[in-house]
Ligand binder design. Structure first.
Ligand code: FAD
Length: 366
């Protein structure tokens, strides 16, 4: 049996799903999307990510991030043109933030003093008091990666093309329309929904539990390592302090915010000032000790993370007698660091629904 597959969405979730699906030559894969690598648009989260690897799942849901890390590690070691480099990552915790999680923006599991992910990284260790960022009570470090998304997304698209995927622009009003969009001219029997926040308004999905988790960042030319992720800030809920230096001349991303329900697409200058002040206070060397004035700004930017109340939706849904939808959306702030694990999950679901159909000759119930 061959599968005619249409993946809707060309962010990191759609492209990674398409790539892994295309490795099975029984699958013919078309990607259709409103936005593509190279675009910067408020409806397209992927270009705005840092992006680094700061595990956010609970131990029970660790599969997606655990399965992704070895792939990024291998890409960093073996594929320099993917635009990823190794960087130490410092996680810094304030006791108050651990006690009062209502003020936290990152999930609790990221700042767990005994995190499940300590076994994921070879060199994880707790910090000595002398290593802590001023104002923080404890911390840890491990070697992670930082992905230059401006290089990585086009690279990922290129891998899809090399693997036979055909890519087209289209704006869908209903997920059912994807059935007629395969480049082969055949009706799709599998539709992968990787529309991120688009799933809120896309007909046939209309997932009203989706909302934006607004992320405002500043991209600067200044460089500073290691990466820094802090549990809270003096500026209250919705504001974060982090920095990550992108690979290959990508500058350094200063963050940020994580503001659920806020749709504002334009950078707020007051928030930008607070982000820069917090970063230079935590890491004066980034600006040569000159404070905010020592930062060389490339741009201010806003991206909307595809937040979902119950977390990721990775599941199959029957559309009609011939067609299944496999949903892969709702990754909020971890779309890169879970991308290969989730795409593997998509492949498994496609195998499950097609084998199920072949074995039973009727619709599997769910
Ligand atoms: P998107 O990238 O939003 O792609 C959605 C795709 O669907 C687009 O191609 C769009 O055009 C298409 N689409 C939607 N609706 C339709 C329609 N009706 N018709 C046709 N096409 C449609 N993640 C990490 O792992 N690490 C990080 O360090 C990190 N940092 C982040 C920092 C910021 C500031 C932000 C904003 C995000 C960050 N993230 C990070 C999160 C990450 O960027 C997202 O989880 C990820 O990009 C989501 O990818 P996606 O492919 O699901 O959605």
């Amino acid at each position: 049996m061959t599968n005619t597959i249409v993946v809707v969405g060309a962010g990191v979730s759609g492209l990674t799903s398409a790539l892994l699906l295309s490795k099975n030559k029984a699958n013919t894969v078309t990607v259709v999307a409103k936005h593509m690598p190279g675009d910067y648009d408020i409806e397209y989260a992927s270009p705005f990510a840092g992006a680094n690897i700061v595990p956010m799942a609970t131990k029970e849901n660790a599969r997606w991030e655990s399965r992704t890390w070895p792939v990024f590690k291998r890409l960093t070691e073996e594929v320099p043109e993917a635009g990823i480099h190794f960087q130490k990552c410092h996680i810094q915790r304030r006791d108050d933030d651990l006690r009062n999680t209502a003020n936290a923006t990152f999930p609790d599991s990221t700042f767990d003093p005994n995190p499940w992910y300590k076994d994921l990284f070879d060199d994880f260790r707790e910090h000595e008091p002398s290593e802590l960022t001023p104002g923080y009570d404890s911390g840890c470090q491990y070697t992670a990666v930082c992905i230059n998304t401006a290089i990585y997304l086009p690279w990922l698209l290129g891998q899809c093309l090399k693997s036979g995927v055909v890519v087209k622009r289209a704006i869908l009003t209903d997920i059912r329309d994807a059935k007629q969009l395969s480049h082969t001219g055949n009706a799709a029997n599998i539709i992968v929904n990787a529309t991120g926040l688009g799933s809120l308004k896309l007909g046939g999905v209309l997932d009203t539990t989706m909302a934006p988790a607004r992320g405002q960042v500043v991209l600067v030319r200044n460089e500073s390592t290691p990466m820094l992720i802090c549990s809270g800030t003096p500026d209250g809920r919705g504001e974060e302090t982090y920095l990550m230096q992108r690979a290959a001349g990508g500058g350094t991303i200063l963050g940020g915010t994580y503001d659920i329900g806020n749709w504002e697409s334009q950078p707020d200058p007051n928030i930008a000032t607070r982000i820069m002040q917090r970063v230079v206070a935590a890491r004066p060397d980034i600006a040569g000790g000159k404070g905010v004035a020592g930062l060389s700004v490339v741009r201010h930017a806003v991206g909307l993370r595809p937040w979902r109340k119950a977390g990721l939706r990775l599941e199959e849904e029957r559309l009609d007698d011939e067609t299944w939808i496999v949903h892969n959306y709702g990754h909020s702030g971890w779309g890169y660091q879970g991308s290969y694990g989730c795409a593997e999950g998509v492949v498994e679901l496609v195998d499950k629904v097609t084998n199920g159909a072949k074995l039973t000759g009727r619709s599997p119930s769910f």
